[in-house]
Structure formats: C-alpha cells, structure tokens
Design a binder for this molecule. Structure first.
Ligand code: SAM
Length: 478
C-alpha cells in the first residue's frame, strides 16, 4: 500500500507519485466512459441556493478523467461549463498587473531558465532603490496599480532584506494619480520567519511555481543550488501559510514534463492546501516554457499545443472554481483571447521581463528572462479587452480591506464578491481612462462603463457608483 495523505506535511506524501500514476491509469481507463464523464461534468455545474451560487469543484481524479477524454462533443461541454463558471464567479472582469524584475542574480542551476548560475553571457543586474523608484514611476505612468516582483535566488546579491527594502520603496512612491496598491512576490522558497517578514511588509500573494511535480525530473532540471531540494520547494506554501501569508499562488511551467502528470500534481497540491489550511490557492499560474538566452527549447519535448493548453485552463477553472487564474505575456494575443474566455481572471499587460526594462525607451533583450509574445502597450491591451466586452480592473479593495485567504474564499463562494467587485472594477477603470488612456481607449471605456452600470443589480449600489464616477471625473482619487 502506498501512502497518500493529502493532509500530510511531507511533499512526497501529499504529492504522491504513485497516487498520480494511479490517477493517470484511472483516467486512461475511463476516458471513453461517457456516463462517468457526464456525471463528473454534472457534479461540477454551478448550483443556486438562497445564499448565492456555488460550485463543488472536482478532485484530481475526476478532473484527470476529463483531461484524458478526447471525445470532441464532451470537450465542447467542458468549454461551455468552464465559461459558465467563469461568468458566475468572475463576471467579465479581468484583473491587470505587471511583473517587475528586481534582479537576475541567481545561484540556482535551473536548466530552462536563462538566469541559471552558469550562464556567463547574460549581463547580471540588480536594481538599486533609486532604479526601483524610476521603474515604479514608469509603471505608474502606464496606469499600473498591481505588481508582481520577480528575482533570482541569491542570498548575497538579493537577500531577503533587499526584497523587503524594495517592497517598502515600491509602496512609498506616490505620484499625482495614485500608487501601487498591491505587490505580489515571486521569489524562491524560504523559511517561515522570512515569510512572516514578507507578510509584515504588506505583500499580496506569495507566488512560487512548482515548475514540475515530477520529482525525478525536478531533480534533473534543478541540478544545483538550493532549489534542487524538491521537498523544501514543494513544502514552501505550507511554510508561507504558517508565516501568516494566506494568499498563495501555485503554478506549473508547462512543457517541462508530461502535462497530465503536472495537472494531477497541481490539483493535489491545491487539495492539500485546502485540507491543511482550510483555504486553497488564491491563484494558479499557467506559464509555458519559452525561448530564452542559453536555453535550447528543443530539449523540452513535453511542450503542449495551444488546444491542450486551452483544455488545461478550462479544466482548472472547473476543478478549482474559486481560484483565480493568471496568464502572462508569454502567450500571444490569440491564445490569451481563447483562455480568458475559458477561465483566466488575471493578465499582465505592457510587460518587460528584463531588469530595469520599464525605464528603457526600446524593449531591452539583454537581461530578459523570456521572449514576450504579447508586446502590446497596456493601453492597447485594455482597449482590446474592452472591445471583447471585458472590464479591465485595477481593483485591490479586497486586499486592502483584509479580505484575503479564507475570508476572500467564503465571500467568493457565496457569490457576494460580485456585488462589490463589479462597481469597483468600473471605478478603477474610470480612473485609468481619466489619467492614462489614449482618446480611442477612453471612447471604448466610456461606452463600456455606461453599458455595465446597467448590470449593477441593486439600485442603491448603482447610484453610489454613479456618484463615485462623477467624483473621479472631478479629480478625486481613491
Ligand atoms: N527565482 C524564483 C524561483 O526560483 O522560484 C522565481 C522567479 S523566476 C524569475 C519566475 C518563473 O519564471 C520561474 O518560476 C519559471 O517558472 C519561469 N521561467 C523560467 N524560465 C522560463 C522560460 N524559459 N520560459 C518561461 N518561463 C520561465
């Protein structure tokens, strides 16, 4: 008998290889079992009670059956269900953020990442606090309110103190239209005490990609450096939660290993967090491996097609309906368009993945982490979203009012979040239109706001929203 215990705090047990293999076998055996597939889809469907709309989600075995199923008519049903769930819980809002690369110094040997320690031709750069200030001003001038900071792992060049100081700098910069309201952090796995300090520094989500849940591959893909320790890396979210961070973001770097394996591992990780801490991941990111300096993309032969990628996004939406899903500019406009419909709730825009890239006139490539596929400006990304009927949102109200972790989840679960998110999104969009947008984007945005005001169900809330929109027009900012 193998030991699979989702409540265990040992990585090898809650992400148990044998359980994943059994899951994949079960999925393969049942991939044409139409009765079971219908039953699983039925279980995942949103249902209403007098307290709101709810969803049960799926466990890793059920969701893996859907992933294995190749019957076109059933896949269409999966897509339709994902869209339905997305609409029920997230409406047509898309949260906007940008990455900010602080430093590409790194002591790890991740073979897919250009920042790996033995890459000798990439210039190493670490932003000073003055340079961070200038980057933040450039991001604020684009209209950004949420950042995800990124750094390699290097205890000498980028110690935790540097990260904490940088967060302080970012929050301290106020420009005439506002400030960065939420800093999410994507840095290497660390200890409970350091997570506690990050929490005290006021971070939003702590993001750490697992890269791969396949332990054997993980050890080969991370041959040197502290990241080589699979268990320490995989147990990081438990330590983060122990340190008081209740919004954590999971992710797999798709293309490193077999996607069905990764998908089951990812859901098991989410189940583990919910079982142990009473709250699942706040977000899931779905990066795919990209071309990068000193990396041969051909060595990663587990790359996934756009269709499989879309199916994975749809099934994450169905399996963990209360978890936000993030997509970056690694993906093209066309792919982003497809997966936003199927479940993605947050996207980056106007991104530069190089250290110090936002203050450069032209997009620099020398310190870039990966090729950016979607190279449009933030203004263009927002107009594109609005032309498709989405409301770009810069809202961070939940975070600022302490609605994180399980408090956020329970609001979301009862559908309440939509009653305040919708007007908040409209107001933050209005701020963007007033302060940063091009005339063409203003036109699209004003039309969208007028249309969306009609979708606020409570007359009282609608009137407050109209009042606030007027105040924003008069120059008052949140
Ligand atoms: N250094 C931190 C760590 O080790 O977790 C995180 C920061 S790293 C800048 C952010 C993420 O970029 C990594 O977790 C990895 O998934 C992703 N990444 C690395 N190389 C990539 C590539 N060639 N294409 C796409 N994404 C990549």
């Amino acid at each position: 008998m193998y030991k699979y215990d989702k409540k265990s705090l040992i990585a090898d047990e809650f992400i148990n290889d044998e359980e994943i293999r059994k899951t994949l076998e079960y999925a393969e055996q049942n991939k044409n079992n139409e009765a079971l597939i219908d039953e699983i889809l039925e279980k995942a469907r949103p249902y209403k009670t007098d307290k709101g709309t709810f969803c049960r989600g799926l466990d890793h075995r059920e969701a893996s059956v859907l992933l294995a199923c190749e019957i076109p008519e059933k896949i269409e049903k999966m897509y339709a269900l994902a869209e339905e769930i997305k609409k029920a819980f997230y409406g047509n809002r898309i949260v906007i953020f940008a990455p900010l690369y602080l430093s590409n110094y790194c002591v790890n040997g991740c073979v897919y990442c250009p920042y790996h320690a033995v890459n000798k031709h990439i210039p190493r750069k670490k932003l000073t606090q003055e340079e961070i200030k200038n980057e933040v001003i450039a991001l604020q001038n684009m209209g950004h309110k949420r950042l995800a900071i990124e750094a390699g792992e290097d205890p000498v060049n980028n110690p935790l103190e540097y990260i904490l100081e940088s967060i302080k700098t970012i929050y301290s910069i106020k420009n005439k239209h506002g400030e960065i309201r939420r800093v999410n952090v994507n840095i290497a796995a660390t200890d409970v005490e350091s997570y506690r300090k990050l929490k005290e520094a006021g971070i939003g989500t702590y993001i750490l990609f697992q890269e791969t849940y396949h332990k054997e591959s993980y050890l080969q893909l991370h041959p040197t450096g502290p990241k080589h320790d699979y268990n320490y890396h995989t147990e990081a979210m438990d330590r983060a939660m122990e340190g008081g961070i209740d919004d954590v973001g999971l992710g797999v770097l798709f293309g490193l290993e077999m996607y069905k394996y990764e998908f089951a591992g990812l859901l098991m990780h989410a189940e583990h967090l919910e079982a142990v801490h009473g709250v699942g991941p706040h977000t899931i990111s779905v990066p795919r491996i990209k071309k990068a300096d000193d990396i041969d993309p051909n060595v990663f032969d587990n790359g996934i097609s756009d269709d499989i990628f879309a199916k994975i996004c749809a099934l994450i939406r169905i399996a963990v309906p209360y978890t936000g899903m993030i997509i970056s500019t690694r993906e093209s406009q066309a792919v982003r368009e497809k997966v936003i419909r199927l479940g993605v709730s947050q996207i980056s825009g106007g991104s530069r993945t190089s250290v110090g890239g936002y203050t450069e006139k032209e997009r620099p490539h020398d310190t870039e982490q990966f090729d950016v596929s979607d190279q449009r400006t933030l203004d263009e990304v927002l107009r594109w979203l609005m032309n498709m009927g989405y409301i770009p949102s810069f809202c961070t109200a939940c975070y600022r009012e302490g609605r994180t972790g399980d408090r956020f989840m329970s609001l979301c679960k009862s559908g309440q979040i939509q009653n305040c998110c919708h007007p908040n999104a409209l107001m933050t969009l209005k701020e963007f239109l007033m302060d940063y947008a091009s005339p063409e984007t203003v036109k699209a945005g004003e039309a969208l706001i007028n249309k969306e005001l009609e979708n606020i169900p409570k007359e009282k809330v609608k009137n407050i929203c109209i009042e606030n929109l007027k105040k924003i027009e008069e120059g008052i900012r949140d």
